[in-house]
Design a protein around this ligand. Structure first.
Ligand code: PLP
Length: 395
């Protein structure tokens, strides 16, 4: 009677949520500060003051019927125009409000884009290790997720990318800076990706959409310029979210942007609007739509993540762990001390360390450490990491 796939997804345990739930229960048992929960990517830094100031202003000074009312399905047009101007100024891009669709964060954006372009049996390519939900959205529409292997520094292996693109490839999704590795794709990486895709588009004579999932766009630690995908590849789509940069993950606000230079751009945008309607993702939360023009360009105090990262990377390396040096986002990818990362994560629990095994990211042998936590937790967790390392040394 039920759709088997949905039943499976509904019942499937989410490793990340399970660890998080375990952490909440464990904290009640032994005390909040005794458990070192690194499981979930929930920002630990408050939203900047301008967010609350704007919300108060909107709620007290604007017409309540307007502020809480439905907007048009893709979102308030003035808001979309302001976003386009901001992007054009910041990234020297040529985006247009007409091709922006406001959504409930990057999750809804990705679900819509996958629904819009992928039919049963068609393929979506992504780069392992990757955000686990790419598989959910792809399989939900009967598509097949294909993983490209990383090189030794966790950048795409371009030879493998070229091999994996087939006549059935509809989308190539990347996320930079990356969850779970923290790797930031430089301009050179984006250019190479664009060049492989352009060659394959010609070979197969149909568009292959390059989708940049960028909730961590502002979380860069070396002050690099972000290579905005529409400047490098015509058939490109951006899925952006305010969840991480503004510490607003529960408010569900973000957008899809279609490159105005995409082939048949009106149809591409229309198919996105159609998919959003089919999924019921119309009119993103109105209050937060109205907030967006006031907060563009602002972020939470992201320096705090940088401090966490530096302390943790230095300490873990000193202890003897192997970590991927992150240049962005708020995740650290650490090699497990046994081949089975799930077992390693279980052992870590003995030392009250909650580390996500890499298996749900379609990669073996690592754990993800979400260091969007208090600095106190970082410092206090270091002895536990030492004990974990000693446990394996003395085994
Ligand atoms: N994409 C990536 C890579 C993520 O890490 C996340 C959340 O953690 C999302 C998309 C979804 O973000 P949201 O729906 O909160 O915007």
């Amino acid at each position: 009677m039920f759709d088997q796939k949905m039943l499976e997804i509904g019942y499937s345990q989410s490793t990340i949520r399970d660890l998080y739930t375990y952490g909440l229960a464990r904290k009640k048992e032994i005390g909040e500060d005794k458990v070192f929960d690194f499981s979930i990517g929930n920002p630990s830094i408050p939203a900047p003051k301008i967010v609350n100031d704007t919300l108060v202003k909107l709620l007290t000074e604007e017409d309540s019927v307007k502020i809480h009312g439905y907007t048009v399905s893709p979102g308030n047009k003035e808001v979309r125009d302001v976003i386009a101007s901001y992007l054009n100024k910041t990234f020297h891009a040529t985006t247009k409000g007409d091709f922006i669709f406001l959504t409930c964060g990057a999750a809804a954006s990705l679900a819509i884009v996958t629904k819009a372009f992928v039919k049963p049996g068609e393929e979506v390519i992504t780069f392992a290790p990757h955000f686990p939900e790419y598989r959910t959205y792809t399989e939900a529409v009967g598509g097949v997720l294909v993983n490209v292997n990383p090189d030794k520094d966790f950048f795409p292996d371009f030879v493998d990318l070229e091999k994996k693109i087939t006549s059935k490839t509809r989308l190539v999704i990347y996320d930079s800076p990356n969850n779970p590795t923290g790797a930031f794709y430089t301009e050179e990486v984006i250019k190479r990706m664009a060049s492989v895709l352009s060659k394959k588009e010609k070979e197969y004579d149909h568009p292959i959409y390059l989708v940049s999932d960028e909730p961590y766009r502002e979380l860069l630690y070396k002050g690099e310029e972000y290579p905005f995908v529409t400047n490098y590849y015509d058939n490109s789509i951006v899925c952006y979210s305010f969840s991480k940069s503004l510490s607003l993950p529960g408010e569900r606000i973000g957008y899809i942007l279609v490159n105005p230079n995409a082939n048949d751009v009106n149809d591409v945008y229309a198919v996105i609007c159609g998919a959003a309607s089919m999924l019921g993702y119309i009119c993103a939360p109105a209050l937060f739509q109205h907030m967006v023009p006031y907060v563009l360009g602002h972020t939470s105090n992201l320096e705090e993540y940088k401090k966490n990262k530096e302390t943790l990377v230095t300490a873990l390396k000193e202890i003897g762990f192997e970590v991927v040096n992150p240049t962005g986002a708020f995740y650290l990818f650490m090699k497990a001390l046994e081949a089975d990362a799930e077992k390693f994560s279980e052992v870590a629990k003995q030392f009250e360390l909650l580390l996500v095994p890499s298996d749900p990211f379609d990669y073996k042998g690592y754990v993800r450490i979400a260091y969007c936590v208090s600095y106190k937790q970082i410092v206090n967790s270091i002895p536990a990491f030492k004990k974990l390392h000693n446990y394996y040394k003395n085994r």
